[in-house]
Design a binder for this molecule. Structure first.
Ligand code: AKB
Length: 316
């Protein structure tokens, strides 16, 4: 039986990975930690939880020792738009906490999952069918921290044999815990506004294409990669994950198919637009498909129906 620690476990991705891992491995075997404890009581009370700053290496090491942790999902991070406002804080959390997690993993023999992002690419990267191995050179501090993370994880694997694995996530769309401070957050907010007000003001231009993924597929990707046969993995820390790619204009059309009166207008945020313009339109994910069997289940139409049905259900 595995013993798993999740950092950033109350965030958008962490809260849903936590639920699925607890379902698979049992509550006592999945230890959660987060810097806050004022949200999601069900998770906090549903098994071991520690309010801890993941940059506090001594505190994290103590949890790893106490619970005989063998696998860490290190999910704590500042997202791209917030990072651009607070570059030093982003570097400190995104890189500082990762390197201290890797050190703990080296000492205690843990495997580590670390999410990278489409943000790890930059304006010089091929924008369409972005290859797995290509020029990166991101221009946002978030992207710089993500490339650094990919390289650090490779380094710990090659130098110390730490079992590091990771994917480049697209924007994640979900309906349980809201994201915060991301460039792709519009694709979550739009559904809530569509259900509640039948209109949405989008901070990105209508023709901005970005890769996106629905949460159930994001959760499966992380867990499937951690459970994959290591001898099949050649890339390990930065698998491109493609699932769906659309622009705000196109997403609005999908929403209109379910909510006919829905309208969208645009008030472009220059910071988020510049970040989005530096990212790929759509990635190619052959390596993930071949090396560990990645295959998304949801397309944009199915996701849209599910998002709207779920949000409406909560409003009743
Ligand atoms: C963001 O927009 O910052 C994140 C990401 C794509 O990494 N959702």
């Amino acid at each position: 039986m595995k013993n798993i620690l999740i950092t950033g476990s109350l965030g958008q991705l962490g809260s849903e990975i936590a639920l699925e891992l607890r379902r698979r491995y049992g509550e006592e075997h999945v230890v959660l930690s987060d810097v806050r404890d004022d949200v999601n009581c069900a998770l906090i009370n549903g098994g071991p939880f520690y309010k801890v700053d993941c940059r506090d290496a001594a505190a994290v090491a103590e949890i790893v020792r106490t619970h005989r942790i063998d696998t860490i999902y290190h999910l704590a991070a500042l997202l791209s738009a917030t990072a651009e406002r607070k570059p030093l804080a982003a570097w400190d959390l995104n890189v500082g906490s990762l390197i201290s997690t890797l050190e703990i993993a080296r000492e205690y023999g843990c495997a580590v999952f670390t999410p990278s992002s489409i943000g790890a690419f930059g304006p010089a990267t091929p924008k369409v069918f972005t290859p797995q191995d290509t020029i990166q050179r991101p221009t946002s501090i978030y992207g710089i921290s993500k490339v650094t993370g990919e390289l650090l994880c490779d380094y710990y694997y090659h130098k110390y044999d730490v079992d590091t694995r990771g994917v480049r996530f697209p924007g994640i769309i979900s309906n349980m815990t809201p994201p915060g401070g991301g460039t792709t957050d519009y694709a979550v907010e739009i559904y809530y506004e569509a259900v509640d007000h039948q209109r949405y003001t989008c901070p990105l231009r209508g023709d901005t294409y970005l890769d996106m993924i629905y949460m159930p597929d994001a959760v499966s990707a992380a867990i499937d990669l951690m459970e994959a046969d290591p001898s099949c993995l050649r890339h390990r820390n930065a698998f491109n994950l493609a699932s769906m790619s659309f622009s705000p204009e196109e997403l609005a059309a999908y929403i209109r198919a379910v909510i006919p009166g829905f309208t969208i207008d645009y008030q472009v945020d220059p910071v988020r637009q510049a970040i989005a313009d530096s990212w790929p339109d759509c990635m190619e994910d052959y390596a993930a498909r071949v090396e560990w069997g990645w295959k998304p289940r949801y397309d944009v139409a199915e996701m849209t129906e599910d998002m709207i049905r779920t949000i409406r259900g909560r409003r009743e």
